[in-house]
Design a protein around this ligand. Structure first.
Ligand SMILES: [Zn+2]
Length: 399
């Protein structure tokens, strides 16, 4: 069905609710929004439902099976925030060719010390040796190598491990600054993992374009919020912070009838677990920091940090819906939360072909029962998903 019209559904166009209007799809693209309906085109009845742009999860670590799983939940694009290039390069090729996988962008490998985060989490994964840089003079070659691997943006990790219950060597500030300089000289954004107030201050001061997590080791400072508001964006990843602080809703999400049939027993088990290496009150610091960033007008991008099996508390696809719930809990309106998973990440990552429902853009669409612009939990009630206009199967993945 290459040419069809979704009728009777409310439309959220990535920015605002439009009310009940037609969305016409032809040749994989959005052909028309509202206006006069042509004769003789297949109709999809969207009565009682809302059609939205396919969701973007702005922080994952992914592979082909995870992209397949994510797509059934209406996530049509994932931004991978560190993967082994030998594995990511074929995944990217597959995702660009097959309509049953979410699309993907990636940083390739990130810059971290030889024994730095997340090496402590990847023991036994059989990773090839990770490239790194220990001196400023090595940064240009490190950046060039990532771009040659196909990196869409660059990633640095500044993590001493204490929030994960370990002690790790942390990336030197001058290496962060040099990566920003060399990345920007080559037209690439540089994003940073920094989970503490001090390290976030450091990387934002070095000029990174975005933070891939919120900071939650202690209450935020107004100085830090002000520095971020000068232009950086934030991917809060409340989902993984909830897991780290033992505040995760993964166990109840795994029981939700809209989630349960779509996940394998292994993924249900993973989603139900928690990292739980930090005190629970730290989750409150994250919610307060997000509220302050939001009040300061900082761009917020929804992301989960869903990774491979063994990073408990998250599951590709399902967790993005819980992230939207948490964004609303932190003070965003449902419409603002929906923007954080559609138009805002598309704009900040320069993907002009998606994230909105507008003629000429990719027909990456999700149809959900209810109205998530007033009840955010309705995003999970996925009825239909289209990727580039092609319908996505909603049957369980693993039977
Ligand atoms: Zn991550």
């Amino acid at each position: 069905m290459n040419h069809f019209i979704i009728t009777g559904a409310r439309v959220f166009d990535g920015e605002n609710p439009l009310g009940i209007v037609d969305v016409e799809v032809a040749d994989g693209k959005i052909a028309r929004v509202a206006g006069d309906r042509p004769e003789g085109v297949d109709l999809v009845d969207g009565t009682g439902a809302t059609v939205l742009p396919g969701f973007i999860d702005a922080h994952t670590h992914t592979d082909a099976e995870s992209l397949r799983q994510a797509l059934t939940f209406g996530i049509t694009t994932e931004f991978d925030m560190l993967s082994i290039p030998e594995r990511m390069i074929p995944v990217r090729r597959k995702a660009s060719e097959s309509s049953d996988l979410a699309d993907v962008r990636s940083s390739s490998i990130g810059l971290t010390p030889a024994d730095g985060h997340p090496h402590q989490l990847r023991k036994g994964e059989g990773d090839p040796e990770w490239p790194t840089a220990t001196r400023v003079a090595e940064i240009p070659a490190f950046v060039e190598a990532r771009i040659d691997e196909g990196a869409d943006y660059l990633k640095v990790l500044v993590e001493d491990g204490h929030l994960f219950g370990s002690s790790l060597p942390s990336l030197a500030p001058e290496l962060v600054a040099a990566t920003v300089r060399e990345g920007h000289a080559r037209g690439k954004m540089v994003l940073a993992h920094a989970m503490t107030v001090d390290t976030a201050n450091q990387v934002v001061g070095a000029g990174v374009d975005g933070l891939t997590h919120l900071f939650f080791d202690r209450p935020h400072t107004d100085e830090l919020i002000g520095k971020i508001a000068a232009g950086a964006f934030v991917i809060p990843t409340l989902s993984v912070i909830a897991s780290i602080t033992g505040a995760s809703a993964g166990a109840s999400l795994a029981k939700d009838p809209r989630v349960h049939p779509k996940l394998t027993p292994e993924w249900l088990d993973n989603l139900s677990g928690a990292i739980a290496t930090s005190p629970r009150e730290n989750f409150g610091y994250a919610l307060e920091a997000l509220a302050a960033l939001h009040r300061a007008g900082v761009d917020i991008l929804a992301g989960t940090d869903a990774a491979h099996l063994g990073a408990p508390g998250m599951a590709h696809g399902a967790s993005l819906h819980d992230e939207l719930r948490l964004l609303v809990m932190a003070g965003l309106t449902p419409t603002e939360a929906l923007r954080a998973a559609t138009s805002v990440p598309a704009r900040r990552f320069g993907l002009g072909d998606r994230g909105r429902i507008e003629p000429g853009l990719r027909a990456d669409l999700v149809l959900v029962a209810g109205d998530p612009t007033t009840a955010i939990g309705d995003t999970l009630s996925v009825r239909r998903v289209w990727r580039g206009g092609a319908p996505v199967s909603q049957s369980p993945l693993w039977t």
